[in-house]
Design a protein around this ligand. Structure first.
Ligand SMILES: C[S@@+](CC[C@H](N)C(=O)[O-])C[C@H]1O[C@@H](n2cnc3c(N)ncnc32)[C@H](O)[C@@H]1O
Length: 239
């Protein structure tokens, strides 16, 4: 019989935000797969797990390069899926861990598509607390209320859509803002929304940080684990 495949969201950074289901499965699985991006250092997801799940893991490190080359990415996802399938075919249970939620901007989706090609493999995806949700809780500020609409966008590549999104939605969450931050600040200034944004970095980690003074960050290096939230109604009571 083939082993079961799990996709586990480990939450945004604070290990106490790991779900009970994730904790239980992590205690039992045979092999733990960790995503490792060549440019990102040690796996953050694994460091979160290691802080709360007391056991030794048999690890399978899967390398996903931070490349935008479709061919390079496809080759790595194919290779990763093949490695996982070999274990599953031997009857071992395998879990792939990912920061935040596995179904939200995660490499897990690419792996999942390949694993589910084999209908004999049982799959369970365990949701995790997504980073933008953790950010609004950290700020003690609601993300959307009543009739307000909210958009979540990757603000890393094509910034052409940002103006339109900002005009249509009362609340906009921008993921992956570290690289294009200065350009985004320029757009917010033009639209008169500069004082409506909050930048949150490494939410849930000991060095978590936020500021409403977006201009103070222009030209500064920023952590990849950063989000910018624009809330047109303003940030009541947030300094
Ligand atoms: C590849 S996406 C992963 C999203 C993740 N699956 C989730 O559910 O939040 C990476 C982006 O998530 C955001 N992110 C993840 N963890 C974060 C954290 N602890 N604090 C702030 N932003 C975070 C950043 O915008 C980062 O560039």
């Amino acid at each position: 019989m083939k082993g079961k495949f799990y996709g586990i969201g480990v939450g945004p950074g604070n290990p106490e935000l790991l779900t009970l289901r994730a904790y239980k499965v992590l205690k039992e699985i045979d092999v733990l797969c960790t995503p490792k991006a060549k440019t990102e250092g040690d796996s953050l997801a694994l460091s979160i797990v290691n802080q709360v799940v007391e056991r030794e893991f048999t690890l399978l490190e899967l390398v996903f390069p931070m490349s935008r080359d479709e061919q390079v990415l496809k080759e790595h996802w194919d290779m990763a899926a093949q490695q996982v399938m070999e274990l599953l075919n031997r009857g071992q249970s395998v879990a792939f861990i990912t920061i935040g939620d596995p179904m939200f901007y995660s490499t897990y989706a690419y792996l999942l598509k390949r694993i589910t090609k084999d209908p004999a493999v049982e799959v369970e995806t365990i949701p995790g607390i997504t980073a933008f949700s953790a950010c609004s809780s950290f700020l003690n500020q609601p993300l959307a209320e009543a009739e307000e609409k909210i958009a979540v966008i990757p603000a890393a590549y094509d910034l052409g859509h940002i103006r339109e999104t900002l005009s249509k939605f009362e609340n906009v969450v921008m993921m992956k803002v570290n690289k294009a931050f200065d350009e985004i600040v320029e757009v917010l200034r033009e639209l008169g929304l500069l004082d409506k944004g909050v930048f949150i970095s490494r939410c849930g980690y000991p060095d978590q940080f936020y500021t409403r003074d977006l201009e103070s960050l222009v030209g500064q290096p920023k952590d990849y684990m950063s989000i910018l939230i624009v809330k047109k109604a303003g940030w009541e009571g947030l300094v």
